[in-house]
Design a binder for this molecule. Structure first.
Ligand code: ATP
Ligand code: MG
Length: 668
């Protein structure tokens, strides 16, 4: 196997098999490339079976890309059984095989954050969003710390703590009754299982002889424990990461895990990569200058052989609409001059809410775009409607799915019926679906209500029978016809909205068809498998399929690990990047890392934009450009069309701000 397209330390990392290995290096230094090449090396050179190797990526998208690259490097046969997936998908795969040991059927449902939020809302007896969200994140923290409800109650120091812990217990009981798991469970339960059953743990250790982990800096404690369990005392793994790109502390990730590796694996070998292959010298220098403002965990250097490159453009705009408009026109002009494709561009932003106005401007300019990391395709109401049927077919105990399916489209099953059904089911510890077929239920309801309910139950039963025997695509098509979803959409929505939604549903059908007929697979996935898979896709990213030539719109978080020839980073302002809350709570370093991630996505050109005023809660507010612009050093920055020194830049910004203020005053 050729390893000539790797530099010496990369080659060393690929060949190193004497024990645990950490590759610690900055952005664009080829860490992910090391992982891909190492998978190929293990299979082609070391004769390992694909099924004995697992590589863990941070997103499903990254997993797909890696699968494609590995497929080009190794023959299909020897790669069979190779796992390239996220921690969550790995957990799912593991649980599907072992669920009976933890009291779950293999067809368990996976609840998304919205479903989970509803259960928590019921347990709390409130619709206060803030409270629901904070309780949800408490529960998530408990789960990631492997604290069960009983211990959470014991550890509570005040009444509020006890109450939250009780809500946690009620939440867990409900999940169990629904035969449902949340995302955290997909990691937590395998860890628990391995603790209780060392025999099963050692079976998995035998199966997975080599582990590779990308974006290691963003693993949380629970994931780290799972990694340790899977590698066992053998410690045969390669982890790659960059402490400067740790941006998921808010989801429980902990950079300390980088240090813990050294503590837990004294034989850990560390390799550093220093050559950046991605970005021009100017972009790299600005990124390095910025991140030097953070205290260092590990000493790293990064250099590039690429040319100096274009200057980094800093563009001041009047307001957010002007900003979006400026990005669209600059992008078009750049594309025309540089003869590039739309797909060579990415527009990155801090928060999802910034996307809408950009989308509008791109549409006005007829620039095709795709969005990732925003509202997921599978998160749309119409898709969730259809999914609720699939979830119910897969798992009749899934009560939230039952309620949504039974009431969408409206078929005469109202709140009253559902309440009676709910209390009947609760008293007897039945699922809603099972309660439908109880004779006792007949006495609870008026005969018309009962008939409607029963009709629905029979309908689901028949579909279930078919779903076990027929291809998912056929069953789905018949389901749509039977519930006449199209008519319902057009009756309940405006024409244009209905058309768009129906198109989305058809896209979804197309997606299912492709998944069921994929010739690469040994056997077509069942409806249960597809439904569980979708739940995972919704967690982190948007649509799977991408248009061939379109600008990418993405949050900074979702852009991690990716690269684009030309990047626009918008809203580079105080209160956005760094985010106001982060400044207040002293988390400025994580914000700086996020900015570093953004800058280092760019290969050839980088444009930063900010608005001088922005509407907040209906009021115009004057905006300060982000402090991070100053921290990038001024040598390679070009402020709105002219080069400036530090002092002049500050002055220019002052004048611009003044001009913005004047313009604003004039308007009002
Ligand atoms: P990030 O920290 O952003 O995840 P990374 O360290 O994982 O970055 P890669 O994505 O693996 O970096 O590599 C960055 C780019 O450099 C890719 O386009 C990759 O193909 C290229 N590259 C990596 N190593 C080499 C090499 N030895 N020779 C030429 N190109 C390389
Ligand atoms: Mg990478």
């Amino acid at each position: 196997m050729q390893l000539s397209h790797l530099n010496p330390p990369q080659r060393e990392a690929v060949k190193y098999l004497d024990g645990p290995l950490l590759v610690l290096a900055g952005a664009g230094s080829g860490k992910t490339r090391v992982i891909t090449q190492k998978i190929a090396y293990l299979i082609e050179e070391c004769g390992m079976q694909g099924r004995n190797i697992a590589a863990i990526t941070f997103t499903n998208k990254a997993a797909r890309e890696m699968q494609e690259r590995v497929a080009q490097l190794v023959s299909g046969k020897s790669a069979r059984g190779l796992i390239i997936s996220t921690f969550h998908s790995l957990g799912l795969q593991l649980l599907r095989q072992e669920s009976r040991h933890i009291g779950y059927k293999p067809n368990f449902s996976i609840l998304d954050a919205a479903d989970a939020g509803k259960i928590i809302s019921d347990a709390l007896g409130t619709t206060d969003k803030q409270l629901i969200r904070s309780t949800q994140s408490l529960i998530s923290n408990w789960k990631n710390a492997l604290t069960d409800p009983d211990h959470a109650i014991l550890q509570a120091t005040d009444d509020a703590g006890v109450h939250a812990a009780k809500v946690y217990r009620a939440y867990q009981d409900t999940l169990q009754a629904y035969q449902a798991l949340d995302f955290d469970d997909l990691i937590r339960l395998p860890v628990e299982l391995f603790r209780q059953r060392p025999d099963i743990e050692s079976q998995w250790q035998d199966r997975l002889r080599y582990l590779l982990v990308d974006e290691y800096q963003d693993t949380n404690a629970c994931q780290y424990t799972l990694l340790k369990q899977l590698t066992g005392s053998r410690g045969q793994f390669t982890a790659v990461g960059d402490d400067d790109q740790a941006i998921y502390a808010w989801r429980g990730a902990d950079i300390e895990n980088l240090k813990n590796l050294q503590r837990d694996f004294p034989k850990l070998h560390v390799i550093k990569l220093e050559q950046n292959y991605r970005s021009s010298v100017r972009i790299l220098k600005a990124a390095n200058t910025l991140i030097a403002n953070n205290p260092k965990l590990f000493e790293k250097t990064l250099w590039s052989e690429h040319g100096l490159g274009e200057q980094i453009q800093i563009v001041s705009t009047k307001d957010e609409e002007h900003e979006a408009e400026t990005v669209a026109t600059r992008l078009q002009a750049h594309k025309f001059e540089a003869r590039t494709r739309f797909a060579d561009y990415a527009i990155l932003y801090r928060g999802n809410h910034q996307a809408r106005i950009l989308e509008q401007a791109l549409r006005n300019h007829r620039i095709p775009y795709v969005m990732s990391g925003g509202q997921s395709f599978f998160d749309r109401a119409e898709i969730k409607d259809i999914l609720s049927y699939l979830r119910l077919l897969a798992n009749p105990d899934d009560d939230p799915a039952f309620i949504r399916a039974a009431t969408t489209p409206k078929r005469g099953i109202g709140n009253q019926t559902l309440e009676k059904l709910g209390s009947y089911a609760a008293e007897r510890h039945l699922s809603l679906f099972a309660a439908v077929f109880e004779t006792g239920m007949e006495q609870q309801l008026a005969s018309k209500q009962y008939d409607t309910l029963h009709l629905f139950g029979d309908f689901i039963n028949r579909l279930q029978w078919r779903a076990e025997r027929e291809p998912a695509s056929v069953v789905l098509q018949d389901l749509l016809t039977a519930i006449d979803y199209e008519t319902w959409l057009f009756d309940s929505e405006e024409q244009r909205a209905a058309e768009q939604k129906w198109k989305n549903v058809q896209d979804f059908v197309g997606w299912i068809n492709r998944k069921s007929d994929d010739p690469e697979q040994d056997k077509p996935p069942t409806l249960v498998e597809l439904t569980q898979k979708i739940a995972l896709i919704t967690m982190l990213e948007g649509r799977e399929d991408e248009e061939p030539d379109a600008v990418k719109l993405s949050t900074l978080h979702a852009s991690k690990g990716l690269e684009y020839p030309h990047v626009f980073l918008v809203g580079v302002e105080e209160d956005i990047l760094p985010h106001r809350e982060s400044v207040d709570t002293g988390k400025i370093e994580e914000e700086r890392r996020l900015m570093y991630v953004g800058i280092t996505r760019a290969q050839r050109s980088l444009t930063l934009t900010y608005a001088l005023k922005r509407k907040r809660a209906g009021e115009w507010q004057v905006i300060q450009p982000s402090r991070f612009i100053n921290e990038m050093g001024s040598d390679d920055l070009w402020f709105a069309g002219r080069p400036v020194t530090d002092k002049a830049a500050a002055k220019a910004r002052g004048t611009e701000r003044l001009a913005g203020l004047m313009a604003m005053l004039k308007k009002e």
